[in-house]
Ligand binder design. Structure first.
Ligand code: SF4
Ligand code: SF4
Length: 257
């Protein structure tokens, strides 16, 4: 016991300083994409190789700044196929982990600053600002989003220090954290879970699947994301979202960033 206590003392503080300090991001993090329009030749802008290579159909030619493709961050898997296909090296994935937004259309990224999540209105913020209990609903998720939400509860991120916690029952929850594309087999369960959560409540969609259906979009069994079934208050993009991206979004929603 003494040995364990001494060992723990020698480890010192393990929790990230975020949001008071900058987060310690991994080298391989793929944050907000950047397209350098100056490197895009007119011929390529007319028929972009990047958009053709995107397995998600997440790029729409000509709708971004300087005629570059718009990227739907709600569909993007951050796979970097577009970057590999670009003949001029115009696309990079930056270090900006701040990606969460309040409205689906705010994920239509044109190359300008993202409209990051705004705080809930004052009354709801007063209710949940210091204590937010969430029921996690895995609606057909592959478990990657779920695993990275789980990471938020470890000593490294210590979600509980913000008063945010995951609870077992929707009846004890202030809201839902939804992952997965919502297949037909989960539609009714998700709806029942939503109805069982007392008002007022908030709903968060985490990951490309919960936002747009991800790779399952368009399949007959898929509802292509949570907002086809319940209203969503916060969209956290990624495949899966980095825990700091999710934490940043939640703290913005609660007006704590
Ligand atoms: S980013 Fe690359 S592939 Fe896409 S339009 Fe520009 S030059 Fe072409
Ligand atoms: S990183 Fe996103 S936009 Fe680029 S190819 Fe992959 S899914 Fe498409």
């Amino acid at each position: 016991m003494l040995r364990a206590a001494l060992e723990r003392l020698s480890q010192k503080r393990r929790t990230v300083a975020f949001p008071d300090g900058a987060p310690n991001l991994p080298d391989r993090l793929r944050g907000l994409p950047v397209i350098d329009a100056a490197k895009c030749p007119a011929a390529c802008l007319a028929a972009p190789a990047c958009a053709a290579a995107c397995p998600m159909g997440a790029m729409r030619p000509g709708l971004g700044v300087g005629g570059t493709p718009l990227i739907d961050l709600g569909k993007c898997l951050y796979c970097t196929d577009c970057m590999a296909a670009c003949p001029t090296g115009a696309i990079t994935f930056g270090r900006d982990y701040r990606l969460a937004v309040r409205k689906r259309e705010h994920l239509h990224f044109r190359g300008e600053a993202l409209r990051l999540a705004e705080a809930l209105e004052k009354r709801t913020r007063k209710l949940f600002g210091r204590s937010l209990k969430l029921r996690q609903v895995s609606a057909g998720g592959c478990n990657a989003c779920e695993a990275d939400l789980n990471v938020l509860t470890t000593i490294v991120f210590d979600l509980g220090r913000f008063g945010i916690d995951f609870v077992a029952s929707p009846r004890h929850a202030d809201g839902l954290m939804i992952t997965g594309p919502v297949p037909e087999n989960m539609r009714e369960a998700l709806r029942k879970c939503y109805d069982a959560t007392p008002d007022p409540k908030i709903v968060i969609a985490s990951g490309a699947c919960a936002i747009s259906g991800g790779p399952f979009a368009g399949l007959p069994e898929s509802h292509d994301g949570a907002d086809a079934v319940v209203p969503v208050d916060l969209y956290i993009p990624g495949c899966p979202p980095h825990p700091i991206t999710a934490l940043d979004g939640m703290l913005r929603l609660l007006g704590r960033i």
